[in-house]
Design a protein around this ligand. Sequence first.
Ligand code: SF4
Length: 366
Amino acid sequence: MLKTRVPGDLVEIREKVYAGERLSFEDGCKLFESNDVVEIGRLANHVREKLHGDKAYFSHKYRLYPTNICVYRCRFCAFRVSKGDERGYEWPAEKTLHELEKVDLTGVAEFHIVGGIHPDWDFDVYLDIVRELHRVYPDIHIKAWTAVEIDHFTHQTGKSAEWVLGTMREAGLGSLPGGGAEIFDWEIRRTICRTKCTGERWLEVHEAAHNLGMKTNSTMLYGHVETPESKVDHMLRLRDLQDRTGGFRTFIPLAFHPDNTRLKHLPRSTGAEDLKHIAISRLLLDNFPHVMAYWVTETPEVAQVALSFGADDLDGTIMIDEEIINAAGGKHVEGAMTKSRFAQMIREARRTPLERDTEFNVVREY
Ligand code: SF4
């Protein structure tokens, strides 16, 4: 009988994974040091299948970016422009509702809303967007504003994160997306986004949301100037908070795209690196229900393979205006990703496609 080859440096980790034991900081660093992506993926797939069998989720959502005008200048960001730039746009509540009249929102489960920190928009502009969307589309879940935006609102209003989140929730906010986390470690953060909220503050905002009973997502931006240690530290800080609150739903490793950014000299991560990050996330974040492969940044082909490297979710359909996609990074996403294309993509990866809502209730089996 053929025996599976297990590289020496991963033997102990393999035993821990099969015994259901939690991995340590040192284990996480070892995984990043290892070049055996196939073995790391195999271990992550073991965990993924224990949790989800062959199920693979996607959702039908609509993304909104109300403005690309932003006071911050994160070095990895190709989306933001300064006030006065001809590429700038502003979609406060009335304009957003007007634009949505042109869109078929049948079956859409979620509005996913993030954007720039506009220098002239006060808290009420952002609040109105949520309130008006909820008034006109009460059945569509609103997942809006990263912890960076929530932190900004606390400075604008002089109120606590709890107050801001509670006020937003009364207006119709359902949950928080995971953006703005980047890398928590200040040594890295000060190089890539020194002016926005700290990693500690990001975690505080999410803890406040969890304490109000709100679920949130989390992300990690990799492929820039981060170190393996800073990535393991990032994930373990999320794991610690999850131990306390249980409020995270999904972890999303995000591959950095250098084009049109102030870090454009850096190379783009490879498909193998993308798969490794997904697999290590699944192994370290043992208390997270879901790990997502974000097909927009990783390509649909890598996302398909990711479904056997720890990921169980592929995010959602894209049905946003091309003008906005262009503004959000200067790239065209090739055509809309429809529900049937998603289902086919998942079936090709030998998984069972399930359309879900924000809370992972199954809307339809394919
Ligand atoms: S990442 Fe967000 S906060 Fe940073 S510059 Fe871009 S839009 Fe502004």
